[in-house]
Design a protein around this ligand. Structure first.
Ligand SMILES: Nc1ncnc2c1ncn2[C@@H]1O[C@H](COP(=O)(O)OP(=O)(O)OP(=O)(O)O)[C@@H](O)[C@H]1O
Length: 605
């Protein structure tokens, strides 16, 4: 063995984090109940488990920010007991909540809290250039380091928290749900960075509910249940099936065989006419039928987020109008939230900090608050009728497997995933006709995700309708009736959910499909489309060779198999618009990727 190989083996086999029999209580809640955990230098180690099983608490114990009640903790041979001590040891943590100061600049946010390490050695000019350099590397594009953070999208804010942790190369990097606000393109860059740090000997601890991602990136995984470690999986054994079996204590697979709901009629629940979601953006029509679930996708910042907010009355459309149908078939405008609520539209946000929870209120109040007025009796001095509200609370809490102590406790005492479930419960508690969910599954565990999908499927089958935006394509499989992909502020293509190929959705997100789905029976206005999807006859199309770069292929991994891709470029038939189609012929971009993922682009008419 060469000396460098010996060195690598030595780095890789050294335990840097050793936690034994730790107990941690919050009042009567047992967050950690004799948990043990260890991680090595040069590995990416996942901490996995259901919502509220103690993952974030363990991450905080290792970070040295949370004192323990009993047990032992050794980090690089020391026991840090303050954030400053742990930073001095080389521990960096990115917490689950995106912690940034909105009123400060990017550069100030990145250097926040780390200043003492740098003030002596780094000029303001150097800080600005370091911040610009890091953000460009992480976000994949130049970002003005002087920009005010409050004006930035959630994804960029997340990068700031990650940049802050990477300022000085950490010996131990802890990422608690740090890819939750990133789309998969950004997640890829984060993974590349993690692998590079790991190969230089850093211990990386990740907490994530994105099972497909963790299967791909982790070298080892420790599974937690009810505040205790229940098993360690080595790389080869980290599969969705094994993880679920350990997490739930049962041998079951997460993907039960399911199909997307099919609307029984063409009756519409919601329609948008001539709408634009961006100022001077392209206008389009959209119809939502009763009985369907419409998936909405797109790369970060392509207008899909604005679209679902416009439909929910959260923001006004830049052009055109949205209308909701009553059960009697009359249409009313949706221009703001009160009109949306009146029209029985519920909105569930995945950005719970900004537009979700009321931190000073209880778990119960957070869930049933919109119903207070509805259930209030007796005029001005009316009291809140807690009986029916209690029943609604109990039903939603059970359906969504919400883990809590007392319902009067503040919502902030719940784990992140359980807070998110309360928001979803609030959406259902309003008994809406249309529910619009904006990346709702961020941070919720697989058990609750499965329950959520079941709940939404039943909701649609009862003749109501669902709009579901997700940053994970896998979420749409066997669930969405159709999927609309956004690019440049408008729909770019649409797909039949029953035969959904994640690869095609991904291609559309990158602008590599022809957009014919938009006018088909699973497009923007399905009831207006003529019968079946037009099938191109031989001769009226072009052959296009598409190969997806390996790292993007890998993001589409479902479970532990990759069944839909071949190693060689795949040939696909792209029908050209027929003369009777009232759309202008598009330029079809041909993209080929060589083995290294380098991209060669051409264009044909
Ligand atoms: N500050 C706190 N006050 C009261 N209870 C708390 C506090 N922090 C955590 N808990 C409780 O401790 C338990 C474990 O929480 P923790 O945040 O570690 O879970 P988690 O596994 O990270 O969950 P999630 O996947 O939802 O983020 C939960 O029951 C939670 O309600």
């Amino acid at each position: 063995m060469t000396s460098s190989a010996t060195e690598t083996t030595q780095i890789a086999s050294r335990d840097t984090v050793v936690v034994r029999g730790v107990k941690k209580y919050f009042g009567p809640t047992r967050a950690l109940d004799g948990a043990s955990f260890s991680a090595r230098a040069g590995e990416i180690h996942a901490i996995v488990g259901g919502n509220g099983c103690g993952k974030s608490t363990m991450a905080k114990v290792v970070s040295g920010v949370l004192p323990i009640d009993s047990g032992t903790v050794s980090i690089l041979g020391e026991t840090p007991s303050t954030p400053a001590e742990s930073r001095a040891l080389g521990i960096s943590t990115v917490y689950q909540e995106v912690l940034v100061a909105d009123e400060s600049s990017i550069v100030d946010n990145i250097f926040m809290g780390a200043d003492h390490l740098f003030t002596k050695t780094l000029s303001q000019e150097r800080k600005v250039s370091r911040a610009a350099e890091l953000m460009e590397e992480l976000a994949g594009e130049p970002v003005d380091p002087h920009a005010l953070v409050g004006t930035l999208p959630l994804g960029l804010k997340q990068w700031i928290t990650i940049a802050r942790a990477l300022l000085s190369e950490p010996k131990i990097l802890i990422l608690d749900e740090s890819s939750a606000a990133l789309d998969f393109d950004s997640t890829e860059r984060l993974f590349a960075k993690m692998r590079a740090l790991r190969d230089r000997g850093t211990t990386i601890l990740i907490v994530t509910h994105r099972i497909a991602e963790l299967v791909r990136i982790s070298d080892r995984a420790t599974v937690f249940r009810d505040g205790r470690d229940v098993g360690i999986l080595e790389k080869a054994d980290i599969t969705e099936k094994n993880l679920l079996a350990l997490m739930t204590g049962e041998d079951r697979s997460g993907h039960s065989a399911t199909t997307a709901p099919i609307p029984k009629t063409n009756e519409r629940a919601l329609k948008a006419r001539n709408v634009a979601v961006w100022r001077n953006g392209r206008t389009f029509d959209f119809d939502l039928r009763r009985g369907e679930i419409v998936g909405v996708a797109g790369l970060d910042g392509q207008g899909q987020d604005a679209f679902v907010r416009v439909l929910a009355g959260v923001i006004p459309a830049s052009n055109g109008a949205v209308q909701v149908a009553s059960r009697h078939g009359t249409w009313s405008p949706v221009r703001n939230l009160p009109e949306a609520v009146k029209g029985k539209i519920a909105y569930v946000s995945g950005d719970r900090k900004r537009e979700g929870i009321f931190a000073s209120l209880s778990i119960f109040e957070n869930m049933v608050m919109p119903l207070y007025r509805e259930k209030k009796r007796g005029g001005i001095l009316g009291f809140v009728d807690r009986g029916p509200l209690g029943t609604i609370f109990k039903r939603e809490a059970e359906n969504l497997l919400i883990k809590f102590g007392a319902k009067e406790d503040r919502i902030t005492s719940l784990s992140g995933g359980n807070q998110q479930k309360v928001l979803i419960g609030r959406g259902f508690a309003m008994r809406p006709d249309v529910i619009i969910l904006n990346d709702p599954a961020r941070g919720i565990d697989v058990g609750a995700k499965t329950e959520l999908y079941k709940h939404l499927r039943t909701f649609a089958e009862e003749g109501r309708a669902v709009i579901y935006l997700s940053s994970e394509i896998e979420e749409f499989l066997g669930f969405a009736t159709r999927v609309v992909v956004f690019r440049d502020g408008a729909p770019f293509d649409a797909f039949d959910g029953r035969s959904l190929d994640p690869k095609r959705v991904l291609e559309a997100m990158f602008g590599q499909t022809a957009g014919h789905g938009l006018t088909g029976p699973f497009g923007l206005s399905p009831h207006r489309a003529s019968g079946l999807m037009p099938v191109a006859a031989a001769g009226d199309g072009v052959r296009v060779t598409v190969q997806i770069p390996p790292e993007i292929k890998a993001t589409l991994r479902v479970g532990d198999t990759l069944p839909t891709f071949s190693a060689t470029p795949t040939e696909r038939f792209v029908p050209l618009p027929r003369s009777e189609d009232k759309i202008a012929p598009k330029s079809i971009r041909v993209v080929e990727f060589d083995d290294l993922g380098a991209k060669r682009q051409g264009s044909r008419k």
